[in-house]
Design a protein around this ligand. Structure first.
Ligand code: HEC
Length: 218
């Protein structure tokens, strides 16, 4: 036998041991005795290559679970989440520290020019404010924004704060900080101020104890 044929027979032997395929022509030996409408079944063994793979996954699972068990102090989804949130918050803080003007409300001044007020009016519609406050700001789910009674304050800084951070919890006025830019929030606030004293079609009754602007007795 030369080297090559030896190798082939070695390979064949290996394949045979890995498949344990039953010899053709001797199916009778492993035929099960049931018969479903002429369909018969052979009792083949599970091919060893498949079986070994299955054993390996079982062994891996034991290894995996011990790793999870021993590392649960170090690692868990909850901890990973908390770490990510802490990292995100730190990044926000760093950003705020780097851009103090963006987050400072002291320097906010209401716009009075047509262009910015028109932009504010447009944003009031596009950002869906009108859905709760109505297009003429008369109020429905949210309060009337044309009267001088305010729940959270009617000066430009208070308005900016309300739009930025939302109303009282659970009232339905969400924080818009992440969806409306700082500039746009000032434009909307300015637009609301410009609508002071207008008469909406169906004004909602005044809500809130903060009176702004004060009514000056003549
Ligand atoms: C889902 C309904 C809803 C939407 C949309 C909504 N609001 Fe409001 N808004 C409310 C409610 C409810 C309140 C009252 C909050 C409270 O009582 O704390 C409120 C309060 C306010 C206030 C304070 C009023 C006060 O009396 O102090 C302002 C200003 C305001 N909204 C502006 C806006 C702007 C601008 C938008 C769009 C960017 C907007 N709202 C979108 C429901 C809404």
């Amino acid at each position: 036998m030369n080297k090559k044929s030896e190798n082939i027979s070695g390979w064949k032997r290996f394949m045979k041991s890995m498949t344990k395929a039953h010899e053709l022509g001797t199916e009778e030996d492993i035929m099960l005795d049931h018969d479903y409408d002429g369909i018969k079944e052979l009792d083949n063994v599970l091919p060893p290559w498949w079986l070994y793979g299955f054993y390996i996954t079982i062994a891996m699972s034991v290894f995996y679970y011990t790793q999870v068990f021993y590392n649960s102090e170090k690692y868990s989804q909850a901890k990973e989440y908390a770490a990510e949130v802490a990292k995100g918050k730190a990044e926000v803080e760093a950003y705020k520290a780097e851009n103090p003007d963006l987050f400072n409300t002291d320097n906010i001044v209401a716009f009075t020019d047509e262009e910015n007020l028109a932009k504010g009016k447009e944003l009031f519609t596009t950002k869906t404010c009108f859905a709760c406050h109505l297009n003429d700001l008369g109020g429905s789910i949210g309060p009337n924004l044309t009267d001088n009674a305010w729940i959270l304050g009617g000066d430009v800084k208070s308005l900016f704060n309300t739009i930025t951070n939302g109303g009282r919890p659970g009232k339905g006025m969400i924080a818009w900080e992440s969806t409306i830019t700082r500039e746009e929030r000032i434009q909307i606030s300015s637009y609301i101020i410009s609508m002071q004293g207008t008469t909406p079609a169906n004004p909602k009754a005044a809500e809130g104890d903060i009176i702004f602007p004060e009514v000056v007795e003549e």
